[in-house]
Ligand binder design. Structure first.
Ligand code: SF4
Length: 115
């Protein structure tokens, strides 16, 4: 959940194994792993910017002011919770069941996906 909206919904193991939405990816990357070798190799996603006020959240996707993948459409389109994989839902206009990997979509220049 981010600023009052559910942004990703899946079973516990699934969401740790394969987070899809950028905010979830950042949260999961901050959880320590109790294995020093694995922990040393992990890449943390550091969010920049301040958390906006929940009283006056950003337009469109509430996360767009802090999302490294945000495009102009994110400022106006409210992402809907979509089943991206079986029993795994995410709210992001740049991912879809056909294109679930936001890093790949961004590097391919794939912009907003209608949902
Ligand atoms: S909708 Fe846009 S701002 Fe929101 S998570 Fe997806 S890419 Fe980022």
């Amino acid at each position: 959940m981010y600023l009052g909206r559910i942004v990703e919904l899946a079973g516990g193991k699934e969401i740790y194994r394969d987070p899809l939405m950028p905010y979830t990816k950042a949260l999961i990357s901050a959880v320590p792993v109790p294995d020093p070798e694995i922990e040393a190799k992990r890449e943390r996603i550091i969010l920049t910017g301040d958390v906006p006020s929940p009283i006056n959240p950003p337009t469109g996707c509430h996360f767009h002011t802090r999302c490294q993948f945000a495009i102009d459409a994110c400022k106006t389109q409210v992402p809907q919770l979509v089943e991206i994989k079986p029993d795994h839902f995410a709210a992001c206009i740049r991912i879809s069941p056909e294109h679930p990997n936001i890093e790949a979509n961004a590097s391919d220049g794939l912009v907003a996906i209608e949902n």
